[in-house]
Write a protein of this length. Structure first.
Length: 122
C-alpha cells in the first residue's frame, strides 16, 4: 500500500518572482510569504497550500497553444462571472490568447510570465 500524499506546494519557474507573486496575490487574495525575494517568492493559502515562484536563468515562457515551448501545466480557477473575472485579471496584467477553445464554459488567460491558466464558470 502506498502512503497518502497531499499536495502542499506548487512552484512555477519564471524570470521575475516578485512580479509574478504580485500578480497572483492580487488575483487570488492569497497572503504573500514574508520571506519572498527576487530569487524565490510565494503565496500561502489558509488551507496550507503554498504557491512558489522561482527565478531561473534563460526562462522561456510557454507558447500556448503552440507547443514549441510547452505549457507543462496550468491552473484552473473557478469564478462566478467569466466576463468580470477576465476584465479584472486583464487589468492586473494577464494576457488573453486568440485561441479560446472553451467557448462560454471557460477562458484561457496567461499570467505576466506567460503561463496559461483557465477561468472556469463555477
Amino acid at each position: 500500500m502506498f502512503p497518502q500524499m497531499r499536495v502542499t506546494a506548487i512552484t512555477l519557474d519564471c524570470a521575475d518572482p516578485l512580479a509574478l507573486v504580485a500578480f497572483y496575490e492580487q488575483a487570488t487574495g492569497l497572503a504573500r510569504h514574508p520571506k519572498s525575494d527576487a530569487a524565490f517568492a510565494g503565496l500561502r493559502g489558509e488551507d496550507g497550500l503554498f504557491i512558489g515562484f522561482q527565478r531561473v536563468g534563460d526562462y522561456r515562457a510557454p507558447r500556448w497553444p503552440d507547443q514549441t515551448v510547452p505549457q507543462q501545466f496550468h491552473f484552473d480557477f473557478t469564478v462566478e462571472d467569466l466576463d468580470e473575472a477576465e476584465t479584472r485579471l486583464l487589468g492586473l496584467g494577464a494576457g488573453k490568447p486568440d485561441h479560446q477553445p472553451g467557448e462560454d464554459r471557460w477562458r484561457v488567460l496567461t499570467d505576466p510570465a506567460g503561463h496559461p491558466f483557465c477561468l472556469v464558470r463555477g
